[in-house]
Design a protein around this ligand. Sequence first.
Ligand code: UD1
Ligand code: CA
Length: 452
Amino acid sequence: MTRTCLTIILAAGQGTRMKSDLPKVLHPVAGLPMAAHVARTAQSAGSQQIAVVVGHGGEAVRTALEPVVPGASFHVQHEQLGTGHAVLAARAAIASGHDDVLVVFGDTPLVRADVLAAMRAKLAEGAAVVVAGFRPESPFGYGRLVEKDGKLLAIREERDASSEEKAITYCNGGIMAFRGAEVLAILDAVGNDNAKGEYYMTDAVEIANARGLPVVASQVPTEDVIGVNTRAELAAVEAIWQQRTRQAMMAEGVSMAAPDTVFFHHDTVVAGDVTIEPNVVFGAGVEIAKGARIRSFSHLEGATVGEAAEVGPFARLRPGAVLGGKAKVGNFCEVKKADIGEGAKVNHLTYVGDAEIGAGANIGAGTITCNYDGCNKHLTEIGENAFIGSNSALVAPVKIGADAYVASGSVVTTDVPADAVAFGRARQENKDGLAPKLRAQFKAAKEASKTD
Ligand code: UD1
Ligand code: CA
């Protein structure tokens, strides 16, 4: 039978070093709050229930996390009396009875599912308490794993450590896993007789040992337990997240000539055989189908790009942009809430917003859909294979029929039937021989202004 798992995310910290009105655990990595990364990873590691421990004023955390981590429960730790005390704030969730209880900090967004799964595996093998051990460059500030004959005896916090213990380089990464049946009894036994006067979750190691329960460390990569306390650390974590994602994308068949210059959102979906040129940024909600090419300096958000379509260079796709197969959106074009049909081309200097463009249509350079009247947005419909001449303004709501032409420079305010040609501009008139006279007139005016 598969074991059930509760993950408790400690998120009560103030995060004052972030110098932000936003609670620390809500600062985003790849557009997703740090604590939500942790919750999703826990779910990937098989955790059915998520409990988030928030501090005073944790309503903001709850409001932000509820939609991204549906079903999570929230528990308030009114005073921050230590990590052990924080876990007990989720007593109601623990009491619902799980085989495994994982405790993870909300500010360590890089923890991977296989790291949590490995800790759970140790519980399955019979451990009652599992500690994530790691070897940082400098152990200063971390709890040290005090071992004897390969057995984990205790975790000693920096402030409480003897000089001998301070020399230990194997440290506590912060994540702990507990046998569900024992966790409450163990943490209820934790006292606060230490240098900080806090209830340390880490004291669970000594308590479990004293009760003859098996305690083990599970070594994890340093990257997975990096905690974020400052904006600089947030940026460093973002960089690692991006690096991992680029590697994963390339492994799945995405080509990037300069991966370090491509930035993904946590939810970006890219199919195989897509090429992403240098300097591309993905915002929320982008999906790219097989064989598409995203050219340099493009910014995409809320957009769907069809098979073998081409975007950019220098294109901006905004929410609701949907490009059909082989469609093209070229340089200095902006597309918002618009369907661009299969094989349609929007190649140069164009704004397409609130529009439906049929397959094979050609939208000339400098075309603008005038979608907004200052109050409401209106739709522009362009039929299949229609041709919109350069520098046209399509004043919505307006329909251009299939196979119709709109002459360059037109201001189109009424519907154009299929197969029609619309001229929405002043007729050109040529005045033979007028240019020299005009030039003479201008020269004279200039001379006159000098003598004044
Ligand atoms: C903790 C560990 C230490 C480990 C280190 C790894 C303990 C006692 N120590 O130390 O062994 O090496 O993490 O980074 O666990 N929190 C609450 N409520 C509280 C106290 C803390 O929610 O009352 C949350 C904090 O917001 C934070 C996390 O728990 O996210 C860790 O607390 P912190 O005080 O930073 O522990 P460390 O001293 O870093
Ligand atoms: Ca910390």
